[in-house]
Ligand binder design. Structure first.
Ligand SMILES: CC[C@@H](C(=O)O)C(=O)SCCNC(=O)CCNC(=O)[C@H](O)C(C)(C)COP(=O)(O)OP(=O)(O)OC[C@H]1O[C@@H](n2cnc3c(N)ncnc32)[C@H](O)[C@@H]1OP(=O)(O)O
Ligand SMILES: [Co+2]
Length: 134
């Protein structure tokens, strides 16, 4: 069911500083920062030959990454995002197995303008999983 690895997300406190590390120290191609108010984060994408790194900084008091950064003061890997062909079919199949789909269960439009859903980390080897429709 899951396809390509779309991105690995890293939560950070300071997205400008993290962008400099990826651009200037690691020599990667780094996008501009984009506020994603529907998701409570600001994103930067680092383009790699085979996938992307998504840098995430909290946006607003209710950001879903606030608690993660309280627990991980230096930041860290927050989620992995896999592509699926049909997100509603994937969701229904996962729900039938007992997996927990986060939020309302309805896809939101993600950073790439495509529908996304999140799956509870406790159901997936301690890793928060994002699904993005390809
Ligand atoms: C920009 C759009 C989009 C894209 O297109 O790419 C994005 O990536 S948006 C990214 C941010 N959005 C989200 O993360 C939405 C989904 N997340 C959530 O609903 C919540 O963050 C959460 C996963 C339910 C966690 O909620 P929180 O309140 O922070 O923590 P809890 O205390 O409820 O945690 C319960 C349990 O799970 C562990 N946990 C929490 N977060 C993670 C994580 N990222 N990776 C692994 N494990 C995680 C947490 O430690 C708790 O475990 P115990 O302490 O053992 O109980
Ligand atoms: Co993401």
């Amino acid at each position: 069911m899951i396809g390509r690895l779309n991105h690995v997300a890293i939560a950070v406190r300071d997205i400008a500083a993290a962008s400099r590390i990826y651009r200037d120290t690691l020599g990667a191609r780094v996008s501009e920062a984009v506020a994603q108010p529907e998701h409570g984060v600001t994103t930067v994408f680092v383009e790699l030959p085979n996938t992307k790194i998504e840098l995430l900084e909290p946006l607003g008091d209710g950001s879903p990454i606030n608690k993660f950064l309280e627990r991980n003061a230096d930041g860290g890997i927050h989620h992995v995002c896999y592509e699926v062909d049909d997100i509603l079919a994937a969701r229904d199949r996962l729900l039938a197995t007992g997996a927990r789909v986060l939020g309302s269960g309805e896809p939101k439009i993600g950073a790439h303008g495509k529908p996304v859903l999140f799956l509870h980390p406790k159901d997936f080897c301690g890793t928060l999983v994002e699904l993005e429709q390809a």
